[in-house]
Ligand binder design. Structure first.
Ligand SMILES: Nc1ncnc2c1ncn2[C@@H]1O[C@H](COP(=O)(O)OP(=O)(O)OP(=O)(O)O)[C@@H](O)[C@H]1O
Length: 458
């Protein structure tokens, strides 16, 4: 059954489509966008198992074919989201004009299901529409938008995130945490965040588009106690200058006094040399310029206050319960192995396990602080990995193919990942492993790391 919906300016048609239904959407007249990505007129978009807001700035007519819950709401928050984008765009403009300045480093936080991921998409899409190539950092191992669950990732974004396709899995830089909960090993999670942040700093140094476009960081929804400490750690590690807090004034307050240590400090010697070079008699204009330069250097050296931007949750955001999250994670694995539109067939391969290096990350139970004498930390190493022998216990496990150059613990745990396989069968008698992989080529590395991730059904 096809239904026509007419939207007035700044209204939003909100669709809630179950995993069993498929719904087709067509923009017939006017303009409309989904999470900031414009819909093309008359193009048919197919959605299944998701919540989709179709927003219009100036009014439109849309047809919906298929069964779903839907209603029209006022997209009042979109105006504030657009204002936020405009402010970020101004910072990018300044970065393009002045190589001493960088594009904005933005982090989005708030309680679970408040619209963090949706706002990340909106800000990324608006930035891309203006010709920027921001880096998108997804630090949520529970429901990672870029990679599979259990990973944290960064990806340069230079084409829109299409409404029914999500993020292309083209070239993310992935680190394998191996669990969907950061709290399973906070120390290890933090080390991976540091590695990711370091890679971003290196990229920003070399890539002009990344330098001026900045980064957008999506975080986990845990904001109490250790979650709050983790959030502060992430803000410092990634040098976040702008924190967008959705729908939680208390959190805004808790983050309000954060400062960043200066990253770029000009060495005294450098400054002295620059001054010596310019020891000629100066005109008034030159002196003025010099004053500005000194001010700039000073600004770089002084700790910078993190700015908090408080935004309201959109009226359309839907709370996702644990059962639905589980289904979404299964879909994310399926998307990895079967392609975004799930029309690819992964290769089923078999290999001898001789020559393979199989490792498992250990998630040690850490002694609660209260159980230790005051001021003492547990002596157990919280970050560990051990070599394992293949056994049928590995069936259905997700294995990360590591780029590690050695089997030293540090290399295994902190090297980025080439991709993933899912073990389908371990034949202990014949010493062979059967697995599926999105690529039919031989494994790019013999080192495979397992965590706690399994995927049972296709
Ligand atoms: N305006 C809207 N209308 C309808 N659905 C929406 C709207 N905004 C967001 N949603 C849906 O609400 C759900 C929750 O939003 P989102 O995933 O952005 O929240 P989140 O804070 O990132 O969640 P979490 O961090 O807990 O995983 C998603 O399914 C999203 O598609």
């Amino acid at each position: 059954m096809t239904k026509v919906h007419t939207l007035k300016e700044q209204q939003e048609l909100r669709l809630e489509i179950s995993f069993e239904e498929t719904v087709k959407v067509q923009l017939m007249t006017g303009t409309a966008e989904v999470f900031g990505c414009e819909l093309l007129e008359r193009k048919e978009y197919t959605f299944t198992g998701c919540k989709v807001p179709i927003f219009t700035w100036h009014g439109c007519t849309i047809t919906i074919t298929g069964e779903c819950t839907n209603y029209i709401g006022e997209g009042v928050e979109m105006f504030k989201y657009l204002n936020t984008h405009t402010a970020l765009e101004n910072i990018r403009k300044k970065a393009r004009e002045n190589t001493n300045l960088n594009g904005p480093r933005v982090l989005i936080t708030g309680p679970p299901s408040c619209g963090k991921n949706s706002l990340s998409r909106i800000l990324l899409n608006y930035a891309i529409r203006m010709g920027n190539s921001p880096l998108f950092v997804d630090l949520d191992p529970n429901q990672n938008e870029i990679g599979v669950p259990g990973t944290i990732n960064v990806m340069p974004m230079n084409k829109p995130i299409y409404p029914n396709e999500g993020y292309s899995l083209a070239s993310p830089l992935s680190y394998f945490f191996g669990s969907i909960n950061c709290s399973d090993n906070l120390d290890y999670y933090k080390i991976l965040c540091q590695k990711l942040a370091q890679s971003i700093d290196e990229r920003v140094e070399l890539d002009e588009a990344a330098r001026t476009s900045g980064i957008v960081v999506n975080t986990i929804g845990c904001i109490e106690k250790s979650g709050l400490d983790l959030l502060k750690f992430i803000i410092k590690t990634f040098g976040i200058e702008y924190v967008i807090v959705i729908g939680d004034e208390r959190l805004s307050n808790m983050l309000s006094n954060l400062t960043l240590e200066p990253k770029k400090i000009k060495k005294e010697e450098e400054i002295k040399n620059e001054k010596e070079e310019e020891n000629e008699i100066k005109t008034e204009k030159e002196e003025e310029k010099e004053g500005e330069k000194e001010k700039e250097t000073k600004e770089i050296i002084e700790p910078k206050k993190v700015q908090i931007i408080q935004l309201k949750k959109s009226g359309g955001v839907v709370v996702i319960d644990e059962k639905e999250r589980k289904t979404i994670r299964r879909i994310l694995y399926k998307r990895y192995f079967y392609g975004i539109t799930q029309n690819l067939k992964p290769s089923s391969m078999s290999t001898s396990w001789d020559g393979l290096g199989l490792f498992k990350i250990k998630y040690l139970e850490q002694a609660p602080e209260g159980a230790l004498p005051f001021g003492k930390r547990s002596k157990l190493d919280p970050i560990n990995v051990k070599r394992i022998s293949p056994s049928s216990k590995l069936d259905f496990h997700i294995g990360a193919i590591s780029f590690a150059k050695s089997t030293k613990k540090e290399d295994l745990l902190t090297t980025n990942i080439a991709g993933f396989i899912r073990i389908t069968k371990v034949d202990e008698k014949r010493r062979r492993i059967t697995y599926i992989s999105p690529s039919s080529r031989t494994l790019p590395s013999q080192i495979i790391i397992f965590g706690q991730l399994t995927w049972y059904s296709d």
